[in-house]
Design a protein around this ligand. Structure first.
Ligand code: MG
Length: 357
């Protein structure tokens, strides 16, 4: 029997800031780029729960967050405290949390800086797994003064949905016999791979909920949506065989920045690319990793259309020149007709390295 757990820190970046700066206690906090009195052009990375009550959430344009904060202030509520991210601090805290998780489970997949899957099959029962979940939450609270939400289920899909089910500070256990009913309590969009576009396409075929999906057999679903049918058939029923992927594969180091103005001026864009690759490389040299094998870039155009390109090198490297050369090679086609036939201006650039060892 598989017993898989998923831990997700609650409003991680904002909670770390709140913990480190007790004077912020109870105030709404948005960690993200500089709002510049409403003229800032980046986005919110994390909002704490007080800021979420103002309608502020991750990925919201920072200018909108600033506007919502001003609106709240006009109603006599406290204004939002805007904080630029301190990634170094978050990474250090993340490492301590992952260490706590690892002391309870030997197979751990670090899915992101504040999220991990871990395998509790060896405990032999969901009751014992629940006790471990409680112990991990308690230890994180005691040592790091932070809260986490944990979900436990028979696979990664159910565990992830369960960790999100009673946020913040939640612990949700879904037994195998409860999986089908549990799935019905989740929105269709919670199934990985169902973005706004797929959701619209499904709705056109009369499928708007997980219950609608569960009502169809796999042949009807394949007829309705094609080759994605089997995938949706399984996920709607909470079926998922995906294995846990151990740490080194999932790890990456990335940086991104919004340009001051949308532009297609090569000098400006390449200048930002150089700055970001310098920052990524500096974090890489400070990390415990010695090589990377994959280099990637993100380009966001005006209008928020976003493209990513990755290159996996034939051999792992730690060479800075090679790294910069590869990012430049990935970027250049976006400055001309090859990847940018309509010559759209660029809004944001991101760089990452992956497959760190
Ligand atoms: Mg989180």
């Amino acid at each position: 029997m598989r017993i898989i757990a998923h831990i997700d820190m609650d409003a991680f970046f904002a909670s770390v800031e709140e913990r480190n700066k007790p004077r912020l206690n109870g105030l709404p906090i948005a960690v993200g780029s500089d709002p510049q009195d409403g003229k800032g052009r980046g986005v919110v990375s994390t909002a704490n729960y007080a800021a979420r009550e103002y309608g502020i959430h991750s990925a919201l344009p920072i200018s909108t967050a600033w506007f919502l904060s001003e609106e709240a202030r006009k109603c006599g509520k406290p204004g939002v405290v805007f904080i630029t991210p301190n990634m170094h601090e978050y990474e250090e805290t993340s490492a301590k949390i992952m260490e706590i998780v690892r002391s309870y489970a030997n197979v751990v997949e670090e899915a992101s800086i504040d999220e991990a899957y871990f395998d509790l099959s060896k405990t032999g029962s969901f009751a014992k797994a629940q006790k471990i979940g409680e112990a991990i939450k308690k230890e994180i609270g005691k040592k790091e003064a932070l809260t986490a939400s944990i979900g436990i289920g028979p696979n990664k899909l159910v565990a992830k949905l369960a960790s999100d089910f009673q946020k913040p500070d939640g612990l949700t256990v879904v037994l195998p016999k409860e999986v089908r009913a549990f799935m019905l309590k989740n929105k269709l969009r919670k199934i990985p791979g169902i973005g706004p576009k797929t959701a619209d396409e499904l709705l056109e075929r009369g499928i708007g909920t997980i219950a609608d999906l569960q009502a169809l057999d796999r042949f009807e679903l394949e007829l309705a949506v094609g080759k994605q049918g089997l995938y949706l058939y399984e996920k709607a029923r909470g079926m998922d065989e995906a294995p846990l992927i151990e740490e080194w594969i999932a790890k990456s180091i990335s940086e991104q920045e919004t340009l001051q103005h949308d532009t297609l001026v090569g000098e400006t864009i390449i200048g930002l690319l150089r700055k970001l690759s310098g920052q990524v490389y500096a974090r890489f040299t400070q990390s415990d990793f010695v090589t990377f094998k994959t280099v990637g870039i993100t380009v966001r155009f005006e209008g928020f259309e976003t493209k990513t390109r990755v290159k996996t090198l034939p051999v792992a490297t730690n060479d800075r020149t090679q790294f910069e050369f590869e990012t430049l090679k990935l970027l250049l086609p976006f400055l001309d007709a090859r990847e940018n036939p309509k010559r759209k201006a660029i809004r944001l650039i991101g760089i990452k390295i992956e497959k760190l060892e």
